[in-house]
Ligand binder design. Structure first.
Ligand SMILES: [Zn+2]
Length: 486
């Protein structure tokens, strides 16, 4: 009896609320927003055209001449560009989103969708991660990959420093299958990293086949980005070919002196793969340097062996290409290159390196690419913009990638047209991710929109100050909700 009256009270409340909402709808037009007189760069690569874009709730309902409806919120778009929300296909905000759902460093660039779980390392289980995101919605959407190293560790435990046996590969494939069933969109690998580096190609093919059965793609930080990069590109393509899966090469680069200026050969290799019917694309961040600990320069870990250290410095083009960023033992070294410090002290850069490591190490910024190669990659239609950064990751790409491309490669250097740069940030990644509801501005698409000033948009983040927000992004809408500025 008591329960029954409680139930009817609930029904009554709903009925009253529903009634008042219906009454409001009858008096007012549907709530909408119209952005007026804006240059629309729609994400397809089509030239900009001027018009209005109107959305209701989370959907775009009109594009072109249609004026605002009565009661619409109006956004003045004159002098500005409206693009689809940017999609970052390689982002490391995996854990940062829980702590900072407003994601200021990301949305201030115009990013409204990110892909996490790159480089072979993903959250697990996938369903749990996605449930957490749903329970605590962020200012952008996060899609997730299954990490190869993640499933490898689950199957092999600490005994991973060897090729996997067939039964282990089968168990890993079952986990990939599980992750895809739970909502992952593909398989990622990080074959230069500790756990992934011990895998053989056949292991990756087997796992990629499991992802392919669900319509997923294979995304790889390839096995070598330095002197053996060409073998690594070849392997990534072979995995795509054998597993019949689309391939995304993460942060495509030629990272050492031995392969610098060979980007045209990489392009040829990938175009040959396209001609054979292999679906290979890539992404590239707009920076020529990495940020890490000084010891990563020496892959064989012989930090006190002069020959190994000399080879390491030669590989990045010399001690002038390594800048100390943070050194607690020697704060006077900070923001200076190894070459400059060594010259002042009258020692060789090799001896200086060995001493710094002995004294506790330092974080450094190292040259990883030459501009010629970055330009060759960026101007390929199959190369997208991605950050490889994310909330809290100490590299200027974390807060600057997308505005930097629009400032440097479009406005200043004219490598790309505005519409082509935007396509690399929107339509192209949406196609790779099979996101039919976003990536372009058209009626029926989700209202993920970024309004920016093409004359002033720029990155402000630096290696010294990596989290300074970019400038020039005026408004960002995520599923029709204004998320920037806050
Ligand atoms: Zn990576």
């Amino acid at each position: 009896m008591l329960m029954r009256s409680a139930t009817s009270a609930v029904v009554l409340t709903v009925a009253v609320l529903g009634g008042s909402l219906a009454a409001r709808h009858a008096q007012e037009p549907a709530p909408g927003t119209t952005i007026t007189g804006v240059r629309i760069v729609d994400g397809t690569g089509a030239p900009p055209r001027t018009g209005n874009v109107r959305f209701e709730h989370d959907r775009i309902v009109a594009v072109g001449d249609a004026g605002p409806r009565e009661g619409d919120a109006l956004v003045e778009g004159r002098g500005l560009v409206l693009a689809p929300g940017f999609i970052d296909i390689h982002n490391h905000s995996t854990n940062g989103l829980a702590e900072e759902p407003a994601a200021a460093t990301q949305v201030s660039q115009g990013i409204t969708t990110i892909v996490v779980g790159a480089d072979g390392s993903s959250p697990w289980p996938i369903a749990g991660y996605l449930a957490e995101r749903r329970a605590k919605p962020a200012a952008l959407d996060a899609l997730v990959m299954v990490g190869h190293a993640t499933v490898r560790r689950r199957v092999m435990g600490d005994d991973y420093k060897r090729p996997a046996r067939d039964d282990e590969i089968a168990r890993m494939a079952a986990l990939v299958d599980q992750g895809m069933t739970e909502g992952a969109i593909g398989l990622s690998s990080g074959l230069e990293y500790e756990v992934g580096s011990y895998s053989e190609t056949k292991e990756l093919v087997a796992l990629a086949k499991a992802a392919a059965r669900h319509g997923g793609f294979y995304m790889s930080h390839i096995r070598d980005e330095a002197d053996r990069a060409f073998d690594a590109f070849r392997e990534a393509i072979a995995i795509g070919e054998q597993a019949r899966i689309p391939v995304q090469i993460s942060h495509i680069k030629l990272g050492t002196v031995g392969v610098w200026h060979k980007s045209r050969d990489v392009v040829k290799m990938i175009e040959d793969a396209h001609a054979r019917g292999v679906d290979v694309t890539a992404d590239c961040y707009p920076y020529d340097a990495w940020h890490s600990t000084i010891t990563v320069l020496v892959p064989n870990k012989q930090y006190d062996d002069p020959a190994s250290v000399r080879k390491a410095l030669d590989d990045v083009g010399g001690a002038a290409n390594v800048m100390i960023d943070r050194d607690e033992t020697h704060p006077d070294y900070e923001y200076r290159t190894l070459e400059a410090i060594a010259r002042d002290k009258g020692v060789t850069p090799v001896d200086l390196f060995i001493q710094i490591v002995k004294d506790g190490g330092a974080s450094v910024v190292g040259k990883s690419m030459v501009e010629d190669d970055i330009r060759t990659f960026y101007t390929q239609p199959w190369v997208m913009v991605a950050s490889d950064g994310g909330i809290g990751l100490r590299h200027p790409r974390s807060a600057g990638t997308f505005p930097r491309v629009l400032a440097k490669f479009v406005r200043e250097q004219h490598w790309l047209t505005l519409q082509e740069a935007v396509r690399k940030m929107t339509g192209a990644p949406a196609a790779r991710l099979k996101l039919a509801d976003r990536g372009t501005i058209a009626v029926g698409k989700r209202a993920d929109l970024v309004l920016f000033d093409p004359e002033t948009i720029t990155d402000r983040s630096t290696f010294q100050d990596p989290f300074v927000l970019a400038e020039g992004v005026k408004r960002v809408f995520h599923a029709g909700v204004s998320v920037w500025p806050r």
